[in-house]
Structure formats: C-alpha cells, structure tokens
Ligand binder design. Structure first.
Ligand SMILES: Cc1ncc(COP(=O)(O)O)c(C=O)c1O
Length: 498
C-alpha cells in the first residue's frame, strides 16, 4: 500500500485501503488489516488510520465482522471501473461545456452585466461597497457611519441578552416579513419622528436598502419598463433597475431636487420613480414641498410607484428632520425605504420597507422565496435598542457630533479653497458635495488619484452621472472623522490640487 500524497493524510490512507479493495487484492468477506497494522505500514498515527476506517465503514466498503473483533470487506462492491479520486476543489477547472460557458437565464445575464457596468463606473473590480484600501488616513469617502460614536458595549449587551434568553421561536424559522417586535418599534418611531403613520403589518424588514430595491424591482418592473431616476443618482438603485432590464430615464437635479417631468404622451408609462428627497444622493439637495406634491400627482397619473429612499435624512442640522414624503401621499403610490446602515452601521444589513397595502403580499412572497427572512437575533436586539430609547439617544448625540464635523469640514473647505469651491448639500446627512471651479468634469479618477497620493480618500461626483457633468465635484463624507483630521485632510487635499 502507498499514499498518493494528495490532500489530508487520513484521506490518503482511505484511498490506499480502498485501492486494495477495488483492485481485488482484498476481496468480499476478507478481513481488513487492523488499524494498528495499517498505521505501522503507512507510517501514520493510529488515529489517522481510524479516521480512514470510519469513512470506509460509513460508505459501506467494509462492515464489522459478525460476532468478532475487526472488519471485513463488504459483500457488495461498486462495479468495475469505479475509481476513488482525491477530492477535487470546486474551483478547479473541469472539462465540459457547462463549466466553460454556462448558459445563464436572461435575468442572470442581466444581473452579471449590470453589476459589471456599475462596478466599472465606480472604478472597482467587482460590485461591492467595501471600501479598500483601508489604510487611507484622511478617509472622506461617503456612505460611512460615525463608527467612533457607536455605543458598542450597549449593543453587545443587548445582543448577548437576546442570545442568552433565546426561546425556541427565536431559533426557529421566523416570519419572512420580519419580527413583529422590530416592526412595531419602527412603526412607533416613524409615527413620532417622521410623520409617517405606518401600520406594522405594512412594514417588511429587509437586509438593507439594497434588498428593498431588488425586491421592489422584481415585483414591479418588467424588461423594457420605464423607471425615472435622479441625475446624478445612486448607483445601487441604478444597478437593481438595470438588472431588471428597465429603460432608465434620468431627470436633472437642481437645488430643489429632481425636476418632475410632465407626463409624456404617447410613450409607454413609467412603472417606478426612485428619489432621495431628504438628502439627494449625491448632491445633498432637499426636494422642495412643491416638487414633492407634483411628483406624487405625476406618479398617480402615470400609474407608477415612487420609491422614497430615506437613507440618511434623519440627520438634519438646520432644523428638525423633515416629514417623510410618503406621509404626504394620499394616493398610496409611495414606498418608503429606511436603513440602519447610516445611524448604526452597514454590517448590520438591516433596513425596512413601508408598503402600500396592495404591495405587502407580493413583496413578502418574494422575500420568502429569496431568503425566508432576515436573521432573528439581530432584529430582536435592534427592537430592544429602539424600544428602550437608545436609538433616539444615539441619534440625538450623533446629530450633535456630526454637526460639529460638518461645521469643521465646511470651514476647512472655505478656508483652503476660498472661491475655487462651492459647498452644497450640507443641511442634512453624512456627506456634502464640493464643486471645484476650473476643473473639467468627466475625468473620473484624476482628482481621486491626486487626493489618494496625498493620503486623502474621496469620491468624485462623476461616476454618479449617466452623462458626465461639465464640472468636477467631490463628495466628502465626514461622520467617521475627528474635526482635527478633517482640517488636516482638507489642507492636504487643497495643497495636492493646487
Ligand atoms: C442613496 C443611498 N441609499 C441607501 C444606502 C444604504 O444602503 P444599505 O441600506 O443597503 O446599506 C446608501 C449607502 O451609501 C445610499 O447612498
């Protein structure tokens, strides 16, 4: 017997013994050498030999000897030609047409193509919001939370308590729409703070905004359907609509938010409009009251739904948070999407939809088929976090600290760039936009690379346009930075761009 040198030792011993059986050197009913003998012959430990025997037993190649110690070769063996191979790595190349060029369904092909296209606009190899490299000292890349302010010990305690006291129902499959405790906590908050009278039965817990967008699109958008988007726009939403094969129609954003189109006669109607009214991504504009009304009236006329993505609108610095647009909608055509990625942290992957009644069943059915529901312990810990008042306290505290960071950023940009820069979108959220005078737009990575060499991480605004803008702007997130680092980062950036 010889070992073939491939893979784990006990698997090599298993194959060596199996080779003896399949080659006929050990025949049915014949006694198999003891583990002690095999270990000695192959120079392996007795435990390694034992593991190999256990596998042969489990697979039925050998059986215990009736009424006596030891093992014998099984009476029935596989047909001639059976070969025991080393376990193949799943990613190792395999011969055959399927592996070389699998034929994807049209929808699979669209998901691949839209992820590739969106990754290319962001300048990343694959579609992912993971920010790399992490070593940039002055990291203003938008979308990041105030990680340093998180009451992490408290969060850990709530999570531990839920894990410790888990009942069977908490460990079993849960409702695909999400745990009632969390839906009720969210409904109470929305009623009190966002002017949204949400029925917990119309709330569906999802794995972040991205899943909300995917579910809504699957349920409502057919290939070729028109979807209205802001220009510039959020890539995550664009990606979901592209994957559905939608025709994207971009409408420009100015200081009052998206310009509401007049109903286009003759063409196919719109199915969906996607907007970020509280703090437009990426310009930071707030959708005016008048345009909110016009957008809802437009959607009602078109027979379209509006997705209100309220990703960071709860941070508002110059006055109380605005009422959610969904609260103004008497027509029942607005879908509200909230997330915990910005106020808490994105790795939670927890968000929610507030749906018009007729969409509840379709969305819950789709969620049930997609993933049978969101992890329960996280939902329960978050429900406690909200119900015990920690969420509101954390929001109040971080609104103050984020306001100080924003103030430091605006002052630093003014001081370093003067009239070469115009700041906008600073009234809410966790990032602002700085338009740079005298720099041509459309050069996506130019400013980005200069900044990176100076130790400053940022995004330019260009990738968020379908048609590159004529001027260049930079998006600066401020939540995870200390004011002193903000000042130093902007000093370096201004020096590098001079
Ligand atoms: C416009 C917009 N919506 C939503 C999100 C959050 O997405 P998620 O809830 O999937 O983390 C982001 C994150 O940067 C965003 O910019």
């Amino acid at each position: 017997m010889k070992l073939d040198g491939v893979g784990r030792l006990h698997q090599q011993v298993y194959r060596a013994l199996l080779g003896e059986i399949l080659s006929g050197r050990l025949t049915s009913g014949e006694r198999v050498p003891s583990t002690r003998d095999v270990a000695r012959e192959l120079k392996v430990s007795r435990n390694t030999a034992l593991l190999a025997y256990e596998q042969l037993l489990a697979e039925g190649f050998v059986t215990p000897r009736a009424g006596a110690a030891g093992t014998v070769v099984a009476p029935v063996l596989p047909p001639d030609g059976y070969v025991a191979r080393p376990t193949r790595r799943l990613d190792a190349p395999r011969p055959g047409r399927l592996a070389a060029a699998p034929t994807l369904a049209a929808v699979g092909e669209r998901y691949v193509q839209s992820a590739r296209a969106c990754a290319a606009t962001l300048g990343t190899a694959t579609l992912s919001w993971e920010l790399a490299p992490p070593a940039i000292r002055y990291d203003f890349r938008p979308g990041r939370a105030a990680f340093g302010d998180l009451p992490y010990a408290l969060w850990r305690r709530l999570l531990n308590a839920r894990a410790r006291d888990a009942r069977i129902a908490d460990l079993d499959y849960g409702p695909p729409a999400g745990r009632r405790e969390l839906r009720e906590a969210i409904a109470t908050r929305l009623r009190r703070l966002r002017g949204l009278d949400a029925n917990p039965d119309h709330i569906v817990i999802v794995n972040g905004t991205q899943q909300a967008l995917d579910l809504v699109t699957r349920v409502l958008v057919n290939p070729g359907d028109r979807v209205l988007m802001e220009e510039p726009h959020y890539t995550g939403a664009r990606c979901a609509f592209m994957a559905a094969g939608a025709e994207l129609v971009f409408s420009p954003v100015d200081e009052h938010g998206i310009r509401v189109p007049t109903t286009g006669g003759g063409r196919r109607p719109f199915r969906l409009a996607y907007v970020t009214p509280s703090h437009q991504f990426p310009t930071g504009a707030v959708l005016s009251m008048e345009r909110r009304r016009r957008l809802i009236a437009w959607a009602a006329r078109e027979g379209a739904f509006i997705v209100e993505d309220d990703y960071d609108g709860e941070y508002r610095y110059d006055g109380p948070p605005l009422q959610a647009m969904t609260g103004m909608d008497g027509a029942g055509c607005t879908i509200y999407v909230g997330t915990f990625s910005k106020i808490l942290f994105p790795a939670l992957r927890l968000g929610y939809l507030v749906l018009p009644a007729p969409l509840v069943e379709p969305i819950v059915a789709t969620k049930a088929i997609a993933d049978t529901g969101t992890p329960a312990l996280m939902q329960l810990a978050l429900a406690d976090f909200i119900a015990e008042g920690h969420f509101d306290r954390h929001l109040r505290r971080t609104t103050v600290s984020n306001a100080a960071r924003r103030q430091a950023l605006v002052a630093a940009v003014d001081g370093q760039f003067g009239d070469r820069a115009t700041v906008c979108g600073a009234s809410a959220g966790l990032h602002l936009l700085v338009w740079l005078r005298g720099r041509r737009g459309g050069v996506i990575h130019d400013v980005h690379h200069i900044a990176e060499r100076a130790g400053v991480g940022l995004f330019t605004v260009d990738p968020f346009y379908a048609t590159p803008p004529e001027r260049t702007g930079i998006l600066l997130g401020f939540a995870p930075l200390m004011p002193a680092d903000i000042r130093e980062g902007i000093r370096r950036l201004a020096g590098a761009l001079r």
